[in-house]
Design a protein around this ligand. Structure first.
Ligand code: SAM
Length: 218
């Protein structure tokens, strides 16, 4: 589906991506790879976690899609437990990388022997000439804010639009691709900034939400 400067595909990212050509930036929040069991006494109030498991958003993604032959820069969200695989991959292929954090003021409650999930990580990696591009204030490596309520779009891991706006401003170039676009938050931020956007989502319900949001932004 084409909406203004956005091209949106409902389908499998691994099948569709190879035919889509080259982009200035991959900006994506793929399924995390982590242990979604537990939660203790708080599990019953963590409906979001049950939806995460039901939709396979705890099963990770194939890191090989992050390919500098297709993307000149990459911003990818990752769970704490994925960083040890992601960072060597990025360091080996890109000129530099920076680990950035979103400090979440409303993390899901936990009652186990781990830290609270109040930090989310994203890593920005770039080739020569595609370094972070925003104004000084946009180049802070931390951002504070609340997670969007699940009920807004019936999706358990929607990223805050203001965070995605800050991220898009820091990507050099014009074209942005999000092959795991969910409800389309990356696309909304990209279109608002006048970028060309290509998004892929395999869940038809989330795809429809993304189309609706991106159409409103366009
Ligand atoms: C973490 S969510 C992204 C949420 C998004 N950042 C937002 O703000 O709405 C990851 C999304 O990737 C989708 N997904 C998972 N595997 C996929 C695949 N192979 N192809 C396309 N989409 C996929 C899931 O359905 C999910 O909506």
């Amino acid at each position: 589906m084409r909406i203004g400067r956005a091209e949106l595909y409902c389908g499998d990212a691994y099948e569709l991506l190879p035919a889509l050509g080259r982009f200035d930036a991959l900006v994506t929040d793929p399924p995390y790879d982590f242990k979604a069991t537990g939660g203790g006494e708080f599990r019953k109030v963590r409906g979001g976690m049950d939806q995460i498991v039901a939709e396979g958003l705890d099963c990770g993604f194939d890191i090989k899609i992050i390919d500098p032959l297709q993307f000149s820069s990459v911003i990818v969200f990752a769970h704490n437990d994925q960083l040890h695989r992601l960072l060597p991959h990025l360091a080996g292929m890109f000129r530099r990388y920076a680990v950035c954090i979103w400090r979440k003021s409303n993390p899901m409650p936990v009652a186990n022997r781990h830290y609270q999930p109040d930090l989310e990580f994203y890593v920005h990696a770039w080739l020569e000439g595609f370094h972070p591009d925003g104004a000084m204030v946009e180049k802070r490596r931390s951002w504070d804010g609340k997670a969007a309520p699940r009920k807004d779009f019936n999706h358990p891991t929607v990223k805050p639009l203001d965070l995605m706006r800050k991220i898009i401003v820091n990507t050099a170039g014009n074209s942005v691709c999000d092959p795991f676009m969910g409800t389309g938050t990356t696309g909304v931020a990209a279109i608002e900034k006048g970028r060309r956007f290509v998004g892929i989502e395999h869940n038809p319900r989330h795809f429809e939400t993304a189309c609706r949001r991106i159409e409103a932004a366009a």
